[in-house]
Design a binder for this molecule. Sequence first.
Ligand SMILES: Cc1cc2nc3c(=O)[nH]c(=O)nc-3n(C[C@H](O)[C@H](O)[C@H](O)COP(=O)(O)OP(=O)(O)OC[C@H]3O[C@@H](n4cnc5c(N)ncnc54)[C@H](O)[C@@H]3O)c2cc1C
Length: 465
Amino acid sequence: MENHKQKSDANYDVLIVGAGIAGSAMAANLAKLGKRIAVVERDLSERDVIIGELLQPGGVVKLQEMGFTNFIDNIDAQAVYGYDIIYEGQDYVIPYPTNTGEPCGYGFRNGAFLQNMRRHILEQKDVTVIEGSVTELIEKNNVIIGARYIQKKGDRVQELYASLTVVTDGPLSSLREILSTPNKKLNGYFLGLLLKNCEMPYANHGHLIMGDHPPIVVYPVTSNEWRILIDFKGERPPRTGKLFRQYLKETFCEALPPCARESFLEALEEGKIKTFPNHRLPAKPVLKAGGVILGDALNMRHPLTGGGMTAAFNDVLRLIDNLKNVADFTNKRKLGKAIEKFYNTRHLGTQTTNILADGLYGVVYNPDLRKAFFEYISRGDKYAEETCSILAGLNKDKSLLLNHFIGMARYGTQQRIAKAEVSTENVTQSFTMVKDAVGIITPLLLTEKPDTGNKLMLEALNRIV
Ligand SMILES: Cc1cc2nc3c(=O)[nH]c(=O)nc-3n(C[C@H](O)[C@H](O)[C@H](O)COP(=O)(O)OP(=O)(O)OC[C@H]3O[C@@H](n4cnc5c(N)ncnc54)[C@H](O)[C@@H]3O)c2cc1C
């Protein structure tokens, strides 16, 4: 991509660090407000990554609200209408809810989608895009006033000054400690392969495959490619050599639907396995004049449910809504108030996405709970529909999520007691399911921004246990 506009030593209303999903969306929306913006992005070429390739319907709705659904155009994006949940060879299909028109998600190659966003911001007259790496933020009297960066094809450190610096340098952020107190936990890695000319049981659907193996997700990203992501628990990324490929073949081929196995073996043979770390990072922003942080730099959840871009778009829109009321960004007091309000309310748009992602990740590794989850959603009706509406990012009702989460464990318990011989051991084991579910969800609730709702919920949970 042409880096056609380069200016430096200029003063801007806003400086954005990182033109990824959140940074590019921020730039596009701020340009609509008539702000003068500088964006510094380390690498403007089309990235070939395994992250951010399924945009949930809630994220699509946010793109509609921004007026940027054209970002999905001309990239061979695939409509996604729901999920097929596969558990030990059985499956249950849940369509995304359709009561708000026809919301559907989209699968695409992340690089292609992002280039559409970047192309758009490069076309905006008040946006200057610089290809370079930000090395540090510049502060004066405890106020962030800009950043130092090194251009991609150069070695000279340059400076940019702006009334507001937006930090969106993504999952591997080097700047997050300036604007937050991060407590990042590595959950392991996703291994990604592209399945070419593959068939899956349901065209235009995401597939979650659970069983006595690490979870697998598969969704379409172009008209002839499906992304497969396999969870790998470990402190370090696996070495993806011949031995590891053999392990993947032996462990996962049988778990896949028969129609996908040949493509999987071909992809393994081709050997293009990519890995990316999966983190959990609760948001702990720190108010600092002149700066704001959002996207994965601030907050991450497990990518099992594909919620990261939806969360990022929620953040962008909420921040923009608050910034709209600040006509002059040099007014530090008003700017600070707007950012504080954003930090205090952003969880309303992201907490259900975060809790479900990490909650479901706990469930798929617990044999009793994953069975209970499958049986619960297989009941259909509200058990499937409401759970799916939260996964889709369309329903943000935290109480509903909690009810289903604990309801699922209770249902599993009832089923087990009904089927098993009555013995103290069986009854005790059955109740362990509810205890495990509470154990998974309580820390997740606690790390979302506390509000009175959390307090009531925790009291209710304590009563259950
Ligand atoms: C394995 C995996 C799979 C995922 N799958 C999905 C999915 O299917 N659906 C979904 O919604 N979400 C998914 N996510 C999450 C999603 O990718 C992120 O939530 C989203 O990309 C966050 O956007 P961001 O702008 O914060 O970060 P990014 O999109 O990564 O953007 C950060 C940008 O900052 C730039 N940058 C970094 N440092 C500097 C610097 N010092 N100077 C200049 N530029 C810099 C980078 O080059 C990059 O362009 C997944 C995550 C993982 C780990």
